[in-house]
Every structure is written in structure tokens, then in C-alpha cells.
Ligand binder design. Structure first.
Ligand code: F6P
Length: 525
């Protein structure tokens, strides 16, 4: 059993180091070292990673790497790739990386990934022959966020005459809006649910089934209009999906790590198998880098450690994901689940109370839209937050001048956060009153990631990079990043309240607020 993080020598050394350097500003760091950018940036394949605008020096990096070493990150990494059962509470291996390792097999019974890929390709081919015009993907959380991100990123390149739709919410307005205007004869539904028990997804599936049947189609037509992706195939067949149309997901692949699995069937249908394989290939290359690159060149490791530095020693409680590319508009939501559902925890692997903060709050929005949303706070609000800018060099469109406008905004924002603006600088430029209101504290940290071109391959690398950052953070925190007990209580209470609501039950056993709210609903529904 490992000692609590705060008691580790490397952690305590970092705490002292942070106190030593906390008075230094980013402006000073850059003024003192003209080579700062070279020291704190890395090029890797399609990417340039700039982490020079963190409040660090070379000693910081050395001490962060010492922390990783004291936490045996490399050993845990090797355990994950070897298929050891590191998912402590569910007694499972963690095998999303095996999904993109060509020819690998999981340590669990069932189909190999190559067999699953073959099934995906064959099913997609069969579906394409049936004249569907629309595919509706029913799933939520990790059974939707990744597939939706990838399909949307490359929607301009979809070539198979299919329109993709995603429904996740228990609020039936979402599915109603999607189904409105669709032709039931030409619509296929993918029910994506690892457990095939998520109430939202099953409720939407029932609405879809009724919609298909409403046109006095015989029960048999259900078989034509539904496929399923799940770790519980027996539940899918019991629901009415033919066995040949049920694709398996390994138990050892967590929902938020499952875009590489058969949950990506919609990607194969919408963008083609080559694109899906490119996504996998990119992720596999990042896996190789994570497993083999020396620590100081290991980008997932370095960025993970800098995440910890920001959260634990620079007190930035939130990480703001800012993709300056509409094709990545779903990336913040994806990373929110990946990071906060993995590491937003308060108990360590030994079951003790975590003595340090877990995951940062993760949120974000595409740029430049975010500049008109919460950038006032980012520049002058408190506490300061850490930003992650993601830009793409080659635009997904032909409007070069507008792309230059977009990227100049992204670069300017990171610069403004870092430099700020003193009262003297304000007044030197603008003698109007209330100059104090235009002072910017600056010294606000950020990473900037530049991608040469957004392709399924580079997106696969990026998503795998984030997975490994979450992994490293969880190991250093000594928590289990691969379960999600925190979602269970709400689910349980919701089931009870639903039963109460439908049975017109008494509210006396409920807290007064819930009871009163239920009563209000009943009076006005
Ligand atoms: O949010 C809780 C969660 O279990 C996620 O981890 C998962 O991605 C999502 O619900 C959907 O679960 P399933 O794929 O089993 O429907």
C-alpha cells in the first residue's frame, strides 16, 4: 500500500519549490530566458506542444518527474498494457489500449479486437445495402461522447449518404426533434450501452421501437431497424435485436474509454472503416510514445504532471479546454467525462480519504465563441484558471483569411493571459477614465497545442494523449480511475422517486424539499 501523496518526499519537495518560485511571473521567466520556449515545448508527429506558459522552471520538471518515479508511474503503465487487473473495485483489467494494438487480444474471454473489427465492417456493409438514409445512435456518456466527437469532427467528409444523429438525454424532446422528419422505413437505430441497462438509453430505445412499429410494421421489422453495441448481448437479444446484429464490448473497456470499441460502429458507418482504422492507428502511435519515450520527452507524462502542478501547487481549480476549431466542438464535453468521471474522487486505492485534491474542474467551449462567454473571467476573475488552447494549422475550410483571424485570436488570448496589462501600460495607450478597470493581472497559465492537420489519425493521437494524462494523474493520486461509483447514488434515488411519482406515493419519507417539489409537480403536471 502506498503512502498518501502529501507524505511523499517528492510531493513535499514540490510544495517547497512552489513557495520558492511563486513570486516569479511568466513575464520574468521569459525575460530571463530567451530559450524558454525551446525548453518547454515538444514537437511530436502532427503536434507542437507549448507548455512554456506554465509557472515552472527546469527544476520544477525534474521534481515532477521525481514524483512520477516515486509513484511508480512507469510500473503501473506497464501493468495496464499487460492487462493486469488494475481496476481495483471492479476487479478488471483496463484494456482500451488493446483495442488499438493491432492483433492484440484482451485478457478476457470472447472475441479479439480484430474479430470485432471484422464484425463491425461486415455489419456496416450489410446495413449500407439496406437503403437507410439516417442512423440514430442511442447512447449516453462514454457510449456517445466519443463517437459523436469523431463523427462530428469529420462530418464534412462523410461519403456514404447517411445522416448521423445522436440521442442521449432522458428528456424526450431530444429524440422527438431527431425523429421529426425522418422516414421510419429508412432509419436505423444503434443502441449503444455497455450494460444495456442505462434508463435513459432504454427509454429512448423504447420510443424508437414504438416509432418504428407505429406505421403498422410487423414486430419482425424491429430486427431490420436495430443493432446494438453492448457488453451484455443477452439483454440486447432479449430486447429484440437479432444476435447477428449485436456487437460486443469488452467488460475491461470503460465507457469513457470506449470510442475505439464497437461503440465506434457509427464512425465506421458514417466515415468508413479506413477512417476508423486511422483513428486507431493514431492512438496506437501515442501508446507507443507513452510506453517508450524517455520521461523528459514523454508528452503524456509531462502534461499530466503539469496538470498536477497546476492543480496542487498553483491552485488552479479548473482546466479550461479551448479548441479553436469547430470540428473539435465536442472535445470539451468528452474530456469533461474522461477527466472528471475518472479522477473526480475522494478515496484512494486503499480506501482511505484522499488527502489532496482530485481532478480539476474541466469545462470549455470552442474559440472564438468562448471569448464572448467567459473570457472576462479568465482575464480578470478569481481564482485564476489554467487554459488549454488547441488550434489546427490547416483549416477545414478554404477561407484562409478567416482562419488567420481565428488563430490570431487564439494566440492573442494566451499571450494576454500571460502578460496581462499594467496600469502604466493602460494609461500609455489610453487616457480615458477608469483606467484601473482595464488592468489585467496576467501571469495566467496555459498550454497551447497546435495540430498541423486534423485527421482521424491525429485525432486518435490526441484522444489517446488525454487518456494517458488521466491515467498518470490517477496513479499519482493513488486512486482508481476506472470506476464511477459517484454516479450510482443518483441513479438509485431516481429509480425510487420515479416509482413514487408513478404510484402517487407518499412523500413523508422524503426530505421536505424533495417532497414539496414532487407535490408541486403533481399539482401542476
Ligand atoms: O456516467 C455513468 C456511466 O456509467 C458512464 O461511465 C457510461 O459511459 C455511461 O454511464 C453509459 O453507460 P452504458 O454504456 O452502460 O449505457
Amino acid at each position: 500500500m502506498r503512502r498518501p501523496l502529501a507524505e511523499l518526499a517528492a510531493y513535499q519537495a514540490l510544495r517547497s519549490h512552489a513557495q520558492e518560485i511563486e513570486k516569479r511571473t511568466l513575464r520574468e521567466w521569459f525575460a530571463r530566458d530567451p530559450k524558454r520556449f525551446e525548453t518547454f515545448s515538444r514537437e511530436l508527429g502532427h503536434f507542437l506542444f507549448d507548455f512554456s506558459r506554465n509557472r515552472i522552471c527546469e527544476r520544477t520538471v525534474d521534481q515532477l518527474l521525481a514524483l512520477a518515479s516515486e509513484c511508480e508511474v512507469e510500473s503501473w503503465r506497464d501493468k495496464m498494457f499487460a492487462g493486469e487487473r488494475i481496476n481495483l473495485t471492479e476487479d478488471r483489467a483496463v484494456q482500451h489500449t488493446a483495442l488499438r494494438a493491432a492483433g492484440s487480444a484482451s485478457t478476457e474471454p470472447g472475441m479479439s479486437q480484430n474479430q470485432i473489427l471484422g464484425r463491425m465492417e461486415a455489419l456496416a456493409g450489410k446495413i449500407r445495402e439496406q437503403g437507410f438514409s439516417d442512423v440514430v445512435h442511442l447512447g449516453t456518456g462514454g457510449s456517445q461522447l466519443g463517437p459523436r466527437l469523431v463523427c462530428d469532427a469529420f462530418s464534412d467528409e462523410a461519403r456514404f449518404g447517411l445522416d448521423m444523429h445522436f440521442v442521449a438525454n432522458a428528456d424526450a424532446t431530444e429524440i422527438d426533434r431527431v425523429l421529426r422528419g425522418l422516414d421510419a422505413n429508412r432509419t436505423l437505430f444503434i443502441i449503444a450501452s455497455k450494460g444495456f441497462a442505462t434508463p435513459e438509453t432504454l427509454a429512448n430505445a423504447q420510443v424508437a421501437k414504438n416509432w418504428i412499429l407505429q406505421g403498422d410494421r410487423a414486430e419482425k421489422s424491429i430486427a431490420r431497424h436495430f443493432v446494438a453495441v453492448t457488453s451484455r448481448p443477452e439483454r440486447a437479444t432479449a430486447w429484440g435485436v437479432p444476435e447477428s446484429q449485436v456487437l460486443p464490448v469488452w467488460d475491461s473497456v470503460g465507457g469513457r474509454f470506449s470510442v475505439w470499441s464497437a461503440a465506434g460502429l457509427c464512425i465506421v458507418l458514417y466515415l468508413g472503416m479506413p477512417a476508423f482504422r486511422e483513428l486507431l492507428r493514431g492512438a496506437e502511435e501515442m501508446d507507443h510514445h507513452f510506453r517508450t519515450a524517455p520521461a523528459k520527452q514523454n508528452v503524456p507524462l509531462l502534461l499530466a504532471l503539469l496538470d498536477l502542478w497546476s492543480r496542487h501547487f498553483m491552485s488552479t481549480v479548473a482546466k479550461v479546454i479551448l479548441p479553436y476549431d469547430t470540428r473539435l466542438r465536442y472535445l470539451p464535453g468528452y474530456l469533461q467525462q474522461l477527466g472528471m468521471e475518472s479522477n473526480g474522487k475522494c478515496v484512494d486505492r486503499a480506501g482511505g480519504a484522499l488527502d489532496v485534491p482530485g481532478s480539476a474542474i474541466i469545462f470549455g467551449e470552442v474559440g472564438t465563441n468562448a471569448q464572448h462567454g467567459f473570457f472576462q473571467y479568465l482575464h480578470q476573475g478569481s481564482p485564476a484558471l489554467h487554459c488549454e488552447f488547441i488550434g489546427v494549422v490547416r483549416a477545414g475550410h478554404s477561407h484562409r483569411e478567416q482562419h488567420e483571424l481565428l488563430l490570431s485570436n487564439m494566440l492573442a488570448q494566451a499571450r494576454a493571459l500571460m502578460c496581462g496589462q499594467t496600469l502604466e501600460e493602460v494609461q500609455a495607450r489610453d487616457r480615458s477614465p477608469h483606467a484601473e478597470h482595464r488592468v489585467f493581472p496576467g501571469n495566467r497559465t496555459s498550454h497551447t497545442i497546435l495540430i498541423k492537420e486534423l485527421t482521424p489519425h491525429s485525432l486518435g493521437q490526441l484522444l489517446a494523449l488525454y487518456e494517458h494524462r488521466v491515467f498518470v494523474e490517477g496513479i499519482v493520486l493513488d486512486i482508481n480511475s476506472f470506476d464511477q461509483p459517484g454516479v450510482e447514488l443518483g441513479k438509485h434515488l431516481a429509480a425510487n422517486l420515479l416509482e413514487n411519482l408513478r404510484a402517487q406515493g407518499s412523500v413523508q419519507d422524503l426530505d421536505a424539499a424533495t417532497g414539496a417539489l414532487l407535490e408541486f409537480y403533481r399539482r401542476h403536471a
